[in-house]
Design a protein around this ligand. Structure first.
Ligand code: FES
Length: 858
């Protein structure tokens, strides 16, 4: 039997009946067609079939017989150029993994309706998830493409060339073309001579003893190259900070979650791999899992790790909270619960490793190539520089790609079989494996005087960190240190505990613990305002931190602090809608801080008349690669055409830390500025003639020391900088989020288009956290699939107004930029809570909130 159809104008015939997605990618190498879930849920593989947008993973070669199929590669050039320009101009591209699918959904729409309305576009892309942008700019991008194709708008080729590339300019991102057209490579798009495939067999049970692993039948199959177990790993532990995570659960050992790998099968092709995985026989003795924090705390609980079930704890205290609260005019005590949340980045984890020089090289999708190198070196017991790690495009991370996931497995396999090996997680594996946002239970007591001035805070925070520590320590610490909010008061006593259970691990997720604790604090603030008899806006304004005042952690707020400006920016709109609007503030550190050696590094090389920038800072979609070039252009005065960002590669680029803690714009950005300033000085000496500097190198390291947590100084400096924000959420008559006003102080805005995109995407993530997203577990086993996570779709979005306030007074680093990555997600959920409270006076203390328009629609 053979199946024929036309793809991008060429008649194709295949004998195989398989998902069209696989045929387009594996046989025709059309890599614009992305594999985000293979379950028909995400839309990254959208193509046009006979004029209609279709998910290619649900269509098969058999069902495609006689059809006319179009992918981004087959679009006429003028249409490709229209999409590239429009998406770049409006800022529709972040991580980019959803973008070719969006383009094809847009293409099908524009062909049948050349002048679509906003509602038409929302409907056309409602089957396509974007986790980064909040959809607003994608909708604008499709509308602009349509206008260009109608002849109503023109492409300005100068915009992409980028002579306008200074700090504060709406610069065209460097990665737009590759991401829109699908020509830029993510890890799954990497093809290498002789490349083979690896995949892990994972535990059937959250907690079970592995009695036996019999791989003999699999190993006897033709095309099967190896089955690796714990015996093949020099040091069978990985972990971002604490090495408590078994690479493989060894025979005789006990599993800790359903994401645990028992062994890794390596085969010549994916079909053989799947068959071989089924042939491996693993026998278990199932054991009762530890499901909850309470079960983990029980005296007779099984010890999940050698040191017991308490993974991390923190005690953050200043002044005398007990006395302050006892003497307060008003006090509110309330308990809150927030759920595990799945990052749901569109690109599942993937890595390709191969023998290289006297060691190994690995292409990765991660948030820090040096972190990955470090974890692999511990596992192998090798010197770090024998391992080279290079980022390909990263299809979203949001904290979920800080830990190694597949990189170390690909490395082990590549070393074993001495060939390039690709290891990629299925969507369900990804959901089971990578660390989530921590589940929290917390009780918060906040007091104030008769004027609503805060007097003290006492709180106890419990985190479920699941099977492994991941980043439990620092995430719990930020939850504690930021539970005080961006206000000016002293007297705090905050106790945080993170417990191991047999649930999937929890770790870093945009907001880094602060989403949980600020939801609780900000909700308590509304209750206090009610007692005092002032508005939720007023109580925040009265307590808001200002330059020169002391934060509850003792740090003196710096000159750039503009929380009050963000409150003023939304005052009128809040007050005009006060009976159905909620308001919340937040602060978030930029930079890792707390005494850690948080260094930014950059190297510039003048080569062939171009300035090459080397800095291993992962751009996970937020756009730091472009921001660095803007800082470089601003400082040197050179146009974009003469600048090139060489990407994150541990062999050639200096370590510039993890993409975490909203740190890259400030910390690495300042290192880039410093190196660029040196180059500029030399350029001035040679009359601006770059050719005269051919071969010269400029290196800079930026480090602004901070004090460690609990430092015995009167005003410890915990962080280099803080961003501040106020969000207002307005509900409509039915209780839908209709509008969100998100006012941000992120210091100097390097790229206004990018910061709006970060705010819009962050707000939508916060709305999902508040209203629709959940991660149900049954006896420690995740019940969600990608399609049931509750991710918001394009036709559900409110009108998000991204506002940024810029002060005259700025910090002396990176032109005064402070970072935006995380804070945009933090105040939204408590603002939603406040809006519902204003409307019906019911305090919703858990997320996703119950008894809302959205919960009723489920
Ligand atoms: Fe849409 Fe990242 S840009 S998922």
């Amino acid at each position: 039997m053979s199946y024929s159809f036309t793809v991008n104008g060429v008649l194709r015939t295949t004998e195989e009946d398989k998902p069209l997605l696989r045929y387009l990618r594996d046989d025709l190498k059309l890599f614009s067609v992305k594999d985000g879930c293979s379950e028909g849920a995400c839309g990254t593989c959208t193509i046009v079939v006979d004029g209609k947008a279709v998910k290619s993973c649900v269509l098969t070669t058999k069902k495609a017989v006689g059809k006319t199929i179009l992918t981004v590669e087959g679009l006429p050039e003028h249409e490709q150029e229209a999409f590239v320009y429009a998406f770049g101009k409006v800022g529709a591209v972040q991580c980019g993994f959803c973008i070719p699918g969006m383009v094809m959904a847009g293409k099908a729409l524009i062909d049948r309706n050349p002048n679509p309305t906003e509602a038409d576009i929302k409907k056309a892309i409602r089957g396509n998830i974007c986790r980064c942008t909040g959809y607003k700019k994608i909708i604008e991008g499709i509308a602009l493409t349509a206008a260009i194709l109608r002849g109503d708008e023109k492409i300005d080729p100068e915009l992409e060339k980028g002579d306008i590339y200074g700090v504060g300019d709406r610069a065209f991102r460097t990665d737009v073309r590759g991401k829109v057209l699908g020509t830029g490579a993510y890890c799954d798009d990497v093809e290498m001579e002789g490349m083979v495939h690896g995949s892990a067999i994972r535990s059937q049970y959250p907690r079970a003893r592995v009695l036996d692993i019999d791989a003999s039948a699999a190993l006897a199959m033709p095309g099967v190259l190896a089955v690796l177990t714990a015996e093949d790993v020099p040091n069978n532990k990985v972990g971002h900070i604490q090495q408590d995570w078994d690479v493989f659960i060894a025979k005789g050992d006990i599993t800790r979650s359903v994401g645990d790998a028992i062994c890794l099968v390596v085969a010549e092709d994916e079909k053989t791999l799947e068959k071989a995985k089924k042939a491996v026989k693993i026998s278990y003795e199932p054991l009762e899992p530890v499901r909850t924090i309470q079960e983990a705390m029980a005296e007779d609980a099984p010890k999940l790790h050698p040191n017991g079930n308490l993974c991390q704890q923190r005690h953050v205290t200043r002044g005398d909270a007990k006395t302050a609260l006892a003497n307060s005019k008003y006090v509110v005590t309330q308990s809150y619960k927030t759920p595990f949340t799945e990052h749901a980045f569109l690109e599942p984890e993937c890595a390709v490793a191969f023998p290289y020089k006297d060691g190994v090289k690995v292409y990765t999708s991660d948030q820090g190539v040096y972190d990955t190198r470090h974890e692999i070196s511990i596992m192998l017991g090798w010197e770090q520089d024998r391992i080279v790690v290079e980022n390909k495009f990263v299809g979203g991370g949001f904290g979920g790609k800080e830990d190694v996931s597949v990189q170390h497995l690909a490395v082990l396999a590549a070393l074993k079989v001495q060939k390039p090996v690709k290891v990629k997680l299925t969507r369900q594996e990804s959901i089971r494996f990578h660390p989530k946002r921590h589940y929290m239970e917390g009780t918060f007591t906040l007091g104030c005087d008769e004027n609503g001035i805060f007097t003290g805070l006492d709180c106890e925070i419990y985190f479920d960190t699941g099977a492994y520590a991941s980043l439990c320590g620092p995430v719990l610490e930020r939850a504690c240190t930021h539970s005080v909010g961006p206000y000016c008061y002293q007297n705090t006593d905050i106790r945080g505990f993170g417990y191991y259970t047999n649930n999937p691990p929890a770790g870093a997720f945009r907001g880094f613990g602060v989403c949980q604790s600020e939801f609780a604090l900000e909700s308590n603030i509304n209750l206090l305002a009610e007692k005092v008899g002032i508005s939720p806006w007023e109580i925040r304004y009265r307590n808001a931190i200002e330059p020169g005042k002391v934060l509850p952690n003792g740090q003196i707020a710096d000159c750039s602090t503009a929380l009050k400006e963000t409150l003023l920016a939304v005052k009128d709109v809040y007050e005009a809608n006060a009976d159905h609007a909620g308001i919340a503030c937040a602060m978030k550190n930029a930079g890792v801080g707390v005494g850690l050696p948080d260094k930014g590094r950059a190297k510039l090389v003048v080569r062939d008349g171009i300035v090459e920038l080397y800095s291993a800072a992962s751009d996970i979609g937020q756009g730091c690669a472009t921001v660095f070039l803007q800082i470089l252009s601003q400082t040197t005065g050179l146009p974009r055409l003469l600048l090139r960002n060489m990407g994150a590669n541990s062999e050639v680029a200096p370590d510039s830390g993890t993409t975490s803690g909203s740190r890259q714009t400030l910390i690495t950005g300042e290192a880039v500025r410093m190196a660029a300033a040196d180059l500029r000085k030399d350029m001035d000496e040679v009359g601006g003639d770059l050719a005269k500097l051919e071969g010269k190198e400029y290196f800079a390291e930026f480090f602004d020391p901070t004090d460690k947590l609990g430092a015995d100084v009167p005003n410890p400096k915990s962080h280099v900088a803080y961003g501040f924000a106020t969000h207002v959420v307005i509900l409509d008559d039915e209780g839908r989020a209709k509008e969100v006003y998100a006012a941000h102080d992120s210091g100097k805005v390097v790229n206004p288009t990018s910061i709006q995109g970060q705010i819009e995407g962050g707000v939508l993530m916060g709305l999902g956290y508040a209203l629709t997203e959940d991660f149900p577990l049954k006896d420690c086993v995740p019940q969600a699939k990608y399609g049931t996570l509750g991710l918001m779709r394009a036709d559900q979005i409110p009108d998000i107004h991204a506002i940024y306030v810029e002060k005259e007074e700025l910090l002396p680093f990176a032109y005064g930029a402070k970072g935006i990555g995380e804070i945009a997600t933090i105040p939204t959920a408590p603002a939603v809570q406040g809006a519902y409270y204003a409307r019906d006076h019911i305090l919703r203390t858990s997320l996703p909130m119950e008894n809302t328009y959205y919960s009723k629609k489920k």
